[in-house]
Design a protein around this ligand. Structure first.
Ligand code: MN
Length: 320
């Protein structure tokens, strides 16, 4: 029998003690049980990983991280401190944890420099960015130094959701927010926000300028694999090349299973993108570990493909 593949999970959150002082209002999420586990980057977390059969968590800060810090200098200071503390956490348990950097996107040049420091000096595997940065999508030219640096370092950027823009909440969701607050989050708002981020990135031409750029989306690609054919068809009407959009997506994007443990949705992603682009994740502690590992061990794929999703693809993409 082949040895049991390792299980690596990529979208697993914690909160930094300093950054979390700056997270307020609707951006605060979860009850006391989630809050307690977001703070724990030690034995409690590892015990939960052991109980569910997760070997390694690639740790990332929770949303919105420093993306909504209006004072760019403060964002830079907070990100550097958080990355130093995360590096200590990983050093304490190098066989159980790896890290995605926090990037101070309010200062794009500093964010590019911090990405380089986090990768080359702290050993991080890439970075995670949450939603809009002070109201701007990341395809804005001002952020391109970050993409240039990520491509040069050959590390992926994980685009994670955040609460939608206030004007979007007002126009699209406000009637249902009181009764169904997750309409802004996992139930729909996160998906639209992050899928839009992904689409805009391709439309911007950033992948033409930086062909080595690698992007990770959680939640099985935020719906984009399902819509690839239709988005592509629409853009062809606008004069795009026959397979421009779907080729760009399938060449530059990887997706994870965070918080989305569905056989039909997974199989659609395999059919659209190929199994090499799909990586296991839970979205801990917003989602429990056990339903994720129980599901992923019985997905209807052969052992070889399953092993790629469990950790083979992560090891290749993150050079672990
Ligand atoms: Mn998440």
């Amino acid at each position: 029998m082949a040895p049991k593949p390792q299980v690596i999970a990529l979208e697993e959150h914690y909160l930094d003690p300093e950054i979390k002082q700056h997270i307020a209002g609707m951006d605060r999420t979860g009850g006391p049980r989630v809050a307690e586990r977001l703070d724990d980057v030690g034995q409690g977390r590892i015990a939960e990983m052991d109980a569910a059969g997760i070997d390694i968590q690639v740790l990332s800060h929770g949303a919105p991280s420093v993306q909504k810090i209006a004072d760019a200098e403060l964002a830079v200071r907070l990100a550097r401190g958080a990355n130093d503390r995360l590096a200590e956490t990983v050093r304490a348990h190098p066989d159980r944890f790896a890290g995605f950097a926090t990037l101070p996107t309010p200062d794009p040049k500093a964010a590019a420099d911090e990405l380089e420091r986090a990768v080359t000096r702290l050993g991080f595997k890439g970075a995670m960015v949450h939603g809009l940065t002070n109201g701007l999508f990341l395809d804005d030219r001002r952020f391109w130094p970050i993409f240039e640096r990520a491509a040069a370092l050959d590390v992926p950027l994980y685009l994670h959701p955040s609460i939608p823009h206030p004007a979007v909440i007002e126009a699209y969701y406000k009637d249902y927010v009181d009764k169904y607050p997750t309409i802004l989050r996992a139930a729909w708002g996160f998906t639209v926000e992050t899928a839009t981020q992904g689409i805009r990135l391709i439309l911007s031409g950033v992948f033409d300028e930086h062909p080595g750029l690698k992007i990770i989306l959680g939640h099985l690609g935020e719906g984009l694999p399902f819509y690839l054919w239709r988005i592509n068809m629409g853009l062809v009407r606008d004069g795009a090349g026959p397979n421009w959009f779907r080729d760009a997506f399938c060449e530059h994007f990887w997706i994870t299973t965070s918080g989305f443990f569905s056989d039909p949705a997974l199989l659609l992603c395999v059919m659209e993108m190929g199994v090499d682009r799909i990586l296991f994740s839970v979205d801990y502690p917003f989602v429990e570990n056990a339903p994720g590992t129980e599901w992923v061990h019985r997905i209807p794929l052969c052992a070889e493909d399953s092993a790629k999703i469990l950790s083979g693809n992560a090891k290749r993409l993150l050079k672990m």
